[in-house]
Design a binder for this molecule. Structure first.
Ligand code: SAH
Length: 340
Protein backbone atom coordinates (compact mmCIF):
# COMPACT_ATOMS: atom_id res chain seq x y z
CA UNK A 1 0.00 0.00 0.00
CA UNK A 2 2.63 2.50 1.07
CA UNK A 3 4.84 1.66 -1.87
CA UNK A 4 1.92 2.21 -4.24
CA UNK A 5 1.44 5.66 -2.70
CA UNK A 6 5.06 6.38 -3.54
CA UNK A 7 4.28 5.53 -7.16
CA UNK A 8 6.31 2.33 -7.10
CA UNK A 9 5.08 -0.33 -9.55
CA UNK A 10 3.42 -3.46 -8.24
CA UNK A 11 6.36 -5.69 -9.08
CA UNK A 12 8.55 -3.69 -6.69
CA UNK A 13 6.25 -4.56 -3.80
CA UNK A 14 6.36 -8.18 -4.94
CA UNK A 15 10.15 -8.00 -4.90
CA UNK A 16 10.10 -6.74 -1.31
CA UNK A 17 7.65 -9.51 -0.33
CA UNK A 18 9.88 -12.02 -2.08
CA UNK A 19 12.76 -10.98 0.15
CA UNK A 20 10.80 -10.88 3.38
CA UNK A 21 8.37 -13.78 2.89
CA UNK A 22 10.40 -15.94 0.52
CA UNK A 23 13.98 -15.53 1.67
CA UNK A 24 13.36 -14.27 5.19
CA UNK A 25 15.61 -11.28 4.65
CA UNK A 26 14.34 -8.53 6.92
CA UNK A 27 16.96 -5.86 6.31
CA UNK A 28 16.04 -3.59 3.42
CA UNK A 29 19.70 -2.84 2.75
CA UNK A 30 20.26 -6.50 1.83
CA UNK A 31 17.57 -6.45 -0.88
CA UNK A 32 20.01 -6.25 -3.72
CA UNK A 33 17.57 -5.98 -6.60
CA UNK A 34 16.13 -2.70 -5.30
CA UNK A 35 17.65 0.66 -6.03
CA UNK A 36 19.73 2.27 -3.32
CA UNK A 37 17.28 5.15 -2.99
CA UNK A 38 14.31 2.79 -2.55
CA UNK A 39 16.18 0.75 0.04
CA UNK A 40 16.89 3.92 1.98
CA UNK A 41 13.35 5.15 1.68
CA UNK A 42 12.05 1.79 2.94
CA UNK A 43 14.40 1.65 5.93
CA UNK A 44 13.52 5.19 6.83
CA UNK A 45 9.77 4.78 6.83
CA UNK A 46 8.52 1.20 6.76
CA UNK A 47 9.55 -0.36 10.02
CA UNK A 48 9.15 -4.08 10.47
CA UNK A 49 8.14 -4.66 14.09
CA UNK A 50 9.65 -8.13 14.21
CA UNK A 51 9.78 -9.95 17.52
CA UNK A 52 13.26 -10.29 18.98
CA UNK A 53 14.29 -13.74 20.20
CA UNK A 54 15.01 -13.69 23.93
CA UNK A 55 15.30 -17.40 24.57
CA UNK A 56 15.01 -20.70 22.75
CA UNK A 57 14.54 -24.03 24.50
CA UNK A 58 14.63 -27.45 22.90
CA UNK A 59 13.25 -30.65 24.34
CA UNK A 60 14.43 -34.20 23.62
CA UNK A 61 11.49 -34.90 21.33
CA UNK A 62 12.55 -32.04 19.05
CA UNK A 63 9.95 -29.55 20.27
CA UNK A 64 11.26 -26.00 20.49
CA UNK A 65 9.91 -23.11 22.49
CA UNK A 66 10.71 -19.50 21.69
CA UNK A 67 10.33 -16.46 23.91
CA UNK A 68 9.93 -13.26 21.91
CA UNK A 69 10.07 -9.62 22.90
CA UNK A 70 8.00 -7.06 21.06
CA UNK A 71 9.18 -3.51 20.41
CA UNK A 72 7.37 -2.26 23.54
CA UNK A 73 9.04 -4.88 25.75
CA UNK A 74 6.03 -7.22 26.03
CA UNK A 75 6.80 -10.91 25.67
CA UNK A 76 5.02 -13.89 24.14
CA UNK A 77 5.96 -17.46 23.31
CA UNK A 78 5.65 -19.77 20.31
CA UNK A 79 6.28 -23.51 19.97
CA UNK A 80 7.53 -25.55 17.03
CA UNK A 81 6.62 -29.25 16.93
CA UNK A 82 8.03 -31.89 14.61
CA UNK A 83 6.15 -35.00 13.71
CA UNK A 84 8.22 -36.93 11.20
CA UNK A 85 9.02 -34.53 8.41
CA UNK A 86 6.02 -32.40 9.25
CA UNK A 87 6.32 -29.20 11.26
CA UNK A 88 3.64 -27.34 13.16
CA UNK A 89 4.05 -23.85 14.60
CA UNK A 90 1.91 -22.93 17.60
CA UNK A 91 1.69 -19.16 17.75
CA UNK A 92 0.33 -16.50 20.10
CA UNK A 93 -2.32 -13.92 19.26
CA UNK A 94 -2.37 -11.78 22.42
CA UNK A 95 -0.12 -10.76 25.30
CA UNK A 96 -1.87 -12.55 28.15
CA UNK A 97 -5.52 -13.47 27.73
CA UNK A 98 -8.81 -11.97 28.95
CA UNK A 99 -10.70 -15.29 29.27
CA UNK A 100 -9.16 -16.52 32.54
CA UNK A 101 -9.77 -20.26 32.15
CA UNK A 102 -9.10 -21.77 35.55
CA UNK A 103 -6.48 -24.33 34.49
CA UNK A 104 -4.59 -22.24 31.91
CA UNK A 105 -1.20 -20.66 32.57
CA UNK A 106 -1.80 -17.72 30.23
CA UNK A 107 -5.24 -17.17 31.74
CA UNK A 108 -3.66 -16.54 35.13
CA UNK A 109 -1.64 -13.63 33.70
CA UNK A 110 -4.58 -11.44 32.81
CA UNK A 111 -4.76 -9.52 29.58
CA UNK A 112 -2.24 -6.93 28.42
CA UNK A 113 -2.91 -6.27 24.74
CA UNK A 114 -3.61 -7.67 21.31
CA UNK A 115 -0.70 -8.52 19.05
CA UNK A 116 -0.53 -6.72 15.70
CA UNK A 117 -0.66 -8.70 12.43
CA UNK A 118 3.08 -8.02 12.06
CA UNK A 119 3.77 -9.45 15.51
CA UNK A 120 1.67 -12.55 14.84
CA UNK A 121 3.17 -13.19 11.41
CA UNK A 122 6.56 -12.17 12.81
CA UNK A 123 6.63 -15.22 15.12
CA UNK A 124 6.24 -17.45 12.06
CA UNK A 125 8.78 -15.48 10.00
CA UNK A 126 11.38 -15.58 12.75
CA UNK A 127 10.94 -19.33 13.27
CA UNK A 128 11.32 -19.89 9.53
CA UNK A 129 14.41 -17.68 9.53
CA UNK A 130 16.00 -19.69 12.32
CA UNK A 131 15.26 -22.92 10.49
CA UNK A 132 16.90 -21.59 7.33
CA UNK A 133 19.92 -20.50 9.37
CA UNK A 134 20.13 -24.03 10.79
CA UNK A 135 20.10 -25.47 7.28
CA UNK A 136 16.54 -26.82 7.40
CA UNK A 137 15.16 -26.43 3.89
CA UNK A 138 11.61 -27.51 4.55
CA UNK A 139 9.21 -24.80 5.62
CA UNK A 140 6.60 -24.93 8.37
CA UNK A 141 3.56 -26.92 7.19
CA UNK A 142 0.91 -26.14 9.78
CA UNK A 143 -0.01 -23.20 11.95
CA UNK A 144 -2.13 -23.55 15.07
CA UNK A 145 -3.42 -20.54 17.00
CA UNK A 146 -2.99 -22.35 20.29
CA UNK A 147 -0.35 -20.20 21.88
CA UNK A 148 -1.05 -17.34 24.25
CA UNK A 149 -4.34 -15.50 23.91
CA UNK A 150 -7.74 -15.94 22.30
CA UNK A 151 -7.41 -15.58 18.52
CA UNK A 152 -11.06 -14.74 17.93
CA UNK A 153 -10.82 -11.88 20.45
CA UNK A 154 -8.17 -10.37 18.15
CA UNK A 155 -10.19 -11.16 15.07
CA UNK A 156 -8.97 -8.62 12.53
CA UNK A 157 -5.28 -9.18 13.17
CA UNK A 158 -5.64 -12.96 13.14
CA UNK A 159 -7.69 -12.96 9.94
CA UNK A 160 -5.20 -10.62 8.29
CA UNK A 161 -2.39 -12.98 9.25
CA UNK A 162 -4.27 -15.99 7.89
CA UNK A 163 -4.93 -14.18 4.61
CA UNK A 164 -1.22 -13.45 4.24
CA UNK A 165 -0.31 -17.06 5.06
CA UNK A 166 -2.62 -18.46 2.40
CA UNK A 167 -2.11 -15.79 -0.29
CA UNK A 168 -0.06 -17.02 -3.24
CA UNK A 169 3.68 -16.32 -3.42
CA UNK A 170 5.18 -13.68 -3.57
CA UNK A 171 2.49 -11.60 -1.84
CA UNK A 172 1.91 -14.39 0.68
CA UNK A 173 3.17 -17.83 1.69
CA UNK A 174 0.89 -20.04 -0.38
CA UNK A 175 -0.03 -22.15 2.65
CA UNK A 176 -3.13 -24.32 2.65
CA UNK A 177 -6.01 -22.94 4.75
CA UNK A 178 -6.68 -26.51 5.85
CA UNK A 179 -3.29 -26.55 7.53
CA UNK A 180 -4.25 -23.59 9.73
CA UNK A 181 -6.16 -24.19 12.95
CA UNK A 182 -7.91 -21.46 14.91
CA UNK A 183 -8.54 -22.58 18.48
CA UNK A 184 -11.22 -20.71 20.38
CA UNK A 185 -12.67 -20.73 23.87
CA UNK A 186 -16.07 -20.45 22.15
CA UNK A 187 -16.83 -16.84 21.21
CA UNK A 188 -20.09 -17.63 19.43
CA UNK A 189 -20.53 -14.49 17.26
CA UNK A 190 -16.93 -14.66 16.04
CA UNK A 191 -17.28 -18.36 15.17
CA UNK A 192 -20.21 -17.37 12.96
CA UNK A 193 -18.21 -14.57 11.43
CA UNK A 194 -15.28 -16.90 10.71
CA UNK A 195 -17.63 -19.39 9.06
CA UNK A 196 -18.70 -16.61 6.68
CA UNK A 197 -15.16 -15.79 5.53
CA UNK A 198 -15.14 -18.53 2.91
CA UNK A 199 -11.82 -19.86 4.22
CA UNK A 200 -11.54 -23.59 4.91
CA UNK A 201 -9.48 -23.10 8.07
CA UNK A 202 -9.80 -25.73 10.76
CA UNK A 203 -11.74 -24.71 13.85
CA UNK A 204 -10.94 -26.10 17.28
CA UNK A 205 -13.33 -25.36 20.14
CA UNK A 206 -12.09 -25.62 23.72
CA UNK A 207 -15.09 -27.23 25.40
CA UNK A 208 -13.53 -29.05 28.38
CA UNK A 209 -16.92 -29.77 29.96
CA UNK A 210 -20.24 -31.01 28.55
CA UNK A 211 -22.47 -29.25 31.14
CA UNK A 212 -22.92 -25.59 32.04
CA UNK A 213 -22.48 -26.11 35.80
CA UNK A 214 -18.91 -27.28 35.37
CA UNK A 215 -18.03 -25.23 32.30
CA UNK A 216 -19.19 -22.01 34.00
CA UNK A 217 -16.54 -22.71 36.60
CA UNK A 218 -13.55 -23.75 34.52
CA UNK A 219 -14.20 -21.70 31.37
CA UNK A 220 -15.80 -18.52 32.76
CA UNK A 221 -16.90 -17.17 29.37
CA UNK A 222 -19.45 -20.01 29.41
CA UNK A 223 -21.55 -17.71 31.57
CA UNK A 224 -21.97 -15.62 28.43
CA UNK A 225 -22.28 -18.39 25.79
CA UNK A 226 -23.47 -21.76 27.06
CA UNK A 227 -22.38 -25.25 26.04
CA UNK A 228 -25.41 -25.60 23.77
CA UNK A 229 -24.74 -22.27 22.05
CA UNK A 230 -21.07 -23.09 21.57
CA UNK A 231 -21.75 -26.56 20.18
CA UNK A 232 -24.45 -25.15 17.89
CA UNK A 233 -21.95 -22.60 16.56
CA UNK A 234 -19.35 -25.33 16.03
CA UNK A 235 -21.88 -27.48 14.19
CA UNK A 236 -22.91 -24.55 12.02
CA UNK A 237 -19.22 -23.90 11.24
CA UNK A 238 -18.84 -27.50 10.06
CA UNK A 239 -22.02 -27.25 8.00
CA UNK A 240 -20.99 -24.02 6.26
CA UNK A 241 -17.30 -24.80 5.69
CA UNK A 242 -17.55 -28.58 5.29
CA UNK A 243 -14.60 -28.79 7.66
CA UNK A 244 -14.60 -31.21 10.56
CA UNK A 245 -14.49 -29.30 13.85
CA UNK A 246 -12.18 -30.36 16.62
CA UNK A 247 -13.58 -30.33 20.17
CA UNK A 248 -10.76 -29.85 22.66
CA UNK A 249 -11.23 -31.50 26.03
CA UNK A 250 -8.42 -31.33 28.57
CA UNK A 251 -8.83 -34.22 30.98
CA UNK A 252 -8.57 -33.02 34.58
CA UNK A 253 -8.43 -35.44 37.47
CA UNK A 254 -11.74 -35.76 39.31
CA UNK A 255 -13.03 -32.62 37.62
CA UNK A 256 -14.32 -33.56 34.16
CA UNK A 257 -13.11 -37.15 33.62
CA UNK A 258 -16.02 -39.27 34.91
CA UNK A 259 -17.89 -41.85 32.82
CA UNK A 260 -21.09 -39.82 33.19
CA UNK A 261 -19.41 -36.76 31.66
CA UNK A 262 -18.05 -38.86 28.81
CA UNK A 263 -21.61 -39.99 28.10
CA UNK A 264 -22.92 -36.44 28.45
CA UNK A 265 -20.26 -35.23 26.00
CA UNK A 266 -21.43 -37.86 23.50
CA UNK A 267 -25.06 -36.74 24.06
CA UNK A 268 -24.22 -33.08 23.55
CA UNK A 269 -22.34 -33.72 20.32
CA UNK A 270 -24.59 -36.49 18.99
CA UNK A 271 -27.75 -34.41 18.91
CA UNK A 272 -26.30 -32.72 15.86
CA UNK A 273 -26.65 -35.60 13.44
CA UNK A 274 -23.94 -38.03 12.42
CA UNK A 275 -20.33 -38.05 13.59
CA UNK A 276 -18.80 -36.72 10.36
CA UNK A 277 -18.83 -33.12 11.56
CA UNK A 278 -16.80 -33.47 14.74
CA UNK A 279 -13.79 -35.02 16.32
CA UNK A 280 -12.91 -34.99 20.02
CA UNK A 281 -9.32 -34.23 20.88
CA UNK A 282 -8.55 -35.21 24.46
CA UNK A 283 -5.58 -33.43 26.00
CA UNK A 284 -3.93 -34.73 29.16
CA UNK A 285 -3.93 -31.64 31.38
CA UNK A 286 -0.49 -30.10 31.72
CA UNK A 287 -0.27 -29.12 35.35
CA UNK A 288 0.98 -25.59 35.87
CA UNK A 289 3.09 -25.12 39.00
CA UNK A 290 1.04 -23.87 41.91
CA UNK A 291 -2.24 -24.95 40.34
CA UNK A 292 -4.69 -27.37 41.95
CA UNK A 293 -5.52 -28.91 38.57
CA UNK A 294 -3.79 -32.04 37.44
CA UNK A 295 -4.01 -34.77 34.81
CA UNK A 296 -6.41 -37.69 35.04
CA UNK A 297 -5.36 -41.08 36.39
CA UNK A 298 -4.38 -43.40 33.51
CA UNK A 299 -7.33 -45.70 34.26
CA UNK A 300 -9.86 -42.84 34.23
CA UNK A 301 -8.36 -41.54 31.01
CA UNK A 302 -8.67 -44.99 29.40
CA UNK A 303 -12.27 -45.37 30.59
CA UNK A 304 -13.18 -41.93 29.28
CA UNK A 305 -11.78 -42.79 25.83
CA UNK A 306 -13.45 -46.22 25.81
CA UNK A 307 -16.81 -44.66 26.74
CA UNK A 308 -16.62 -42.19 23.85
CA UNK A 309 -15.52 -44.93 21.46
CA UNK A 310 -18.38 -47.16 22.51
CA UNK A 311 -20.73 -44.30 21.70
CA UNK A 312 -19.15 -43.97 18.23
CA UNK A 313 -17.51 -40.58 18.90
CA UNK A 314 -14.35 -40.02 16.80
CA UNK A 315 -11.71 -39.42 19.47
CA UNK A 316 -7.95 -39.13 19.78
CA UNK A 317 -5.65 -38.48 22.70
CA UNK A 318 -3.11 -35.75 22.07
CA UNK A 319 0.47 -36.48 22.94
CA UNK A 320 2.29 -34.31 25.42
CA UNK A 321 5.22 -33.20 23.29
CA UNK A 322 7.26 -30.42 24.74
CA UNK A 323 5.91 -30.78 28.27
CA UNK A 324 9.41 -30.94 29.73
CA UNK A 325 10.04 -27.38 28.48
CA UNK A 326 6.61 -26.12 29.55
CA UNK A 327 5.87 -25.86 25.88
CA UNK A 328 2.79 -28.06 25.90
CA UNK A 329 -0.74 -26.91 25.44
CA UNK A 330 -1.82 -24.04 27.63
CA UNK A 331 1.51 -23.74 29.35
CA UNK A 332 2.74 -20.69 27.55
CA UNK A 333 3.02 -17.92 30.07
CA UNK A 334 5.90 -15.62 29.35
CA UNK A 335 5.84 -14.19 32.85
CA UNK A 336 7.68 -17.19 34.26
CA UNK A 337 10.60 -16.70 31.92
CA UNK A 338 10.50 -12.93 31.70
CA UNK A 339 13.19 -12.44 34.30
CA UNK A 340 15.80 -14.22 32.20
N1 SAH B 1 -7.78 -19.22 23.60
C1 SAH B 1 -7.73 -20.36 22.69
C2 SAH B 1 -6.31 -20.88 22.52
C3 SAH B 1 -5.77 -21.32 23.84
S1 SAH B 1 -4.54 -22.54 24.07
C4 SAH B 1 -8.62 -21.45 23.22
O1 SAH B 1 -9.14 -21.32 24.31
O2 SAH B 1 -8.84 -22.43 22.51
C5 SAH B 1 -5.00 -23.99 23.25
C6 SAH B 1 -5.65 -25.08 24.09
O3 SAH B 1 -4.93 -25.41 25.27
C7 SAH B 1 -7.05 -24.71 24.55
O4 SAH B 1 -7.90 -25.79 24.28
C8 SAH B 1 -6.85 -24.55 26.03
O5 SAH B 1 -8.04 -24.70 26.76
C9 SAH B 1 -5.85 -25.62 26.32
N2 SAH B 1 -5.18 -25.53 27.61
C10 SAH B 1 -4.99 -24.44 28.37
N3 SAH B 1 -4.31 -24.75 29.49
C11 SAH B 1 -4.06 -26.07 29.43
C12 SAH B 1 -3.39 -26.98 30.29
N4 SAH B 1 -2.81 -26.57 31.42
N5 SAH B 1 -3.32 -28.27 29.89
C13 SAH B 1 -3.86 -28.68 28.74
N6 SAH B 1 -4.51 -27.87 27.88
C14 SAH B 1 -4.61 -26.58 28.23
Amino acid sequence: GRMAEWGEPRFRADQVCGWIYGRKVFNYHEMSNLSKSLRERLSGSLLMPLPVLIREQASRDGTRKYLWQMTDGERVESVLLNHGGHTTACISSQVGCPLACAFCATGSLGFTRNLTPGEILGQFLMMERRRLDAGVEQGINNIVFMGMGEPLANYKAVLGTIRTLIAPVPGGFGMSARGITVSTVGLVPQIGRLAGEGLPVTLAVSLHAPDDDLRNEIVPVNNRWSVTEVVDAAWEYARVTRRRVSIEYALMRDINDSVSRANLLADVLKRRGDWGWVHVNLIPLNPTPGSRWTASRPKDEATFIATLERRGVPVTLRDTRGSEIDGACGQLAARETAGV
